[in-house]
Design a protein. Structure first.
Length: 415
């Protein structure tokens, strides 16, 4: 079913493929300047109040306007932060999404397998769920979802596949965005990974999908997204005998699939589900001023003086660890002296199988007000104040007893 959904999603993208690069519109412009290529100050269209950046370039008699803009809602207040589009000249050719987040990756070598960055400062916590940490390197949180402002439908679609039969890895990813009118944009994105791995019980399946939309008007700004994520991989517990790799001749030069592992036959599986919602709304009160575009022309632009901000964010995650047959994995527990799950009464382990499950829920509200330091007469130095209300709930088993602890935090801050 997932493969069919992936194919349909890909076909949907194909119908709307327009470009994989940034596009520019040009028109004749009378200019007395003789600069070969002069960048002009970023401005907004007259009366639009649009907060998204639009770069203008002048080259003698030709002026270029970037047609596709992209940004993220950055920080706790959802500040608009421009980002570059992912094209061939930047990171498009990197097939492993984790390697776009770090240059030193520590993982099992299989595309999509749990891992983390070897660089401490690249280990960014993207979720409040403890068990999400091994998968965060592949995860796109709400604050990293891109929003677009495009003159024509924008599509970026990629497909990667490689490896021999039984060890292959594939990935399909893409994004589609279209403007309904100059202020409203909607779109969707998706990323699917399926890899078998070189060793027994090492296959992975991941998906990151979601929908996003934005309204960037004169007084009102709205950005929202909803995402669905899933990460599934089989566990093999490692090699029973490391000498099959360090001294292969002793074991007859076995191929990787024939090397004995602690958890054979796809007996042990880890799976994590997650879905998120995000909404950021801003109401601006301000003034209009004339801004010089060229020597002979000006345009009116809206300058926010005071902004009222509200952000809502939620996360719902679940982790499951499943051992179908404990008899086939008992050697792992005995080797690492964890105990015998079949006979040890001190372990809270089912004598036939293991089915551990943990849930996590978080809901966060942020309300704030921002005073522009340049145009506000009340606060000449500028001030931003906000209040945060954060609720977290956990669900798990403590032995045979269910536990559902809840945490509630509040914060008052200034910028």
């Amino acid at each position: 079913m997932k493969k069919i959904a992936s194919i349909l999603f890909g076909l949907f993208f194909v119908f709307f493929v327009y470009a994989q690069e940034e596009h520019y519109h040009y028109y004749e412009h009378e200019s007395e300047h003789e600069h070969e290529h002069e960048e002009v100050e970023e401005v907004e269209a007259a009366g639009s109040g649009d907060q998204t950046p639009k770069r203008l370039y002048s080259n003698d008699k030709v002026q270029y306007i970037q047609r596709t803009n992209s940004w993220i809602a950055s920080g706790i207040l959802g500040t608009v932060k421009p980002v570059d589009l992912d094209t061939l000249i930047t990171d498009f050719i990197i097939t492993n999404p984790a390697e776009k987040n770090t240059i030193a990756l520590e993982f099992l070598g299989n595309l999509g397998s749990p891992g983390r960055s070897k660089i401490f400062f690249d280990r960014q916590r993207k979720s409040g769920f403890l068990f999400f940490e091994p998968y965060e390197i592949y995860y796109t949180p709400s604050k990293e979802v891109r929003y677009f402002d495009t003159k024509l439908p924008y599509t970026n679609l990629g497909y990667f596949s490689g490896g021999p039969t039984g060890k292959s890895a594939s990935r399909i990813h893409g994004v589609f965005a279209v403007n309904i009118n100059p202020a409203v944009n909607v779109g969707m994105y998706g990323d699917w990974i399926n890899a078998y791995g070189a060793y027994t019980s090492q296959s992975t399946k991941h998906y990151n999908t979601g929908f996003f939309g934005s309204y960037m008007g004169k007084h009102h700004n709205l950005m929202a997204n909803i995402s669905f994520n899933g990460y599934e991989n089989f566990e093999n517990g490692g090699l029973v005998n490391d000498s099959t790799v360090t001294n292969p001749r002793e074991h007859g030069n076995l191929d990787a699939p024939d090397m004995a592992v602690f958890f054979p036959r796809n007996n042990v599986r880890s799976k994590l589900w997650n879905w998120n919602t995000y909404l950021n709304y801003k109401y601006h009160i301000g003034i209009e001023r004339d801004v010089e575009i060229t020597k002979d022309s000006t345009a009116k632009t809206f300058i926010p003086v005071t902004s009222f901000i509200y952000t809502f964010q939620s996360e719902n995650s679940r982790k499951r660890y499943h051992e179908k047959d404990l008899g086939s994995v008992a050697n792992f527990y005995q080797t690492y002296k964890i105990g015998d799950p079949l006979f040890a009464d001190t372990l809270f382990v089912n004598r036939s199988q293991t089915m551990d499950s943990v849930r996590f829920f978080q809901m966060k509200h942020v309300a704030g007000i921002s005073l522009n330091q340049e145009f506000n007469t009340l606060m000449n130095f500028g001030l931003t104040g906000y209040m945060v209300a954060d609720i977290k709930n956990y669900s798990y088993l403590n032995g045979k007893n269910p536990k559902k602890p809840t945490e509630a935090d509040s914060l008052l801050g200034f910028l």
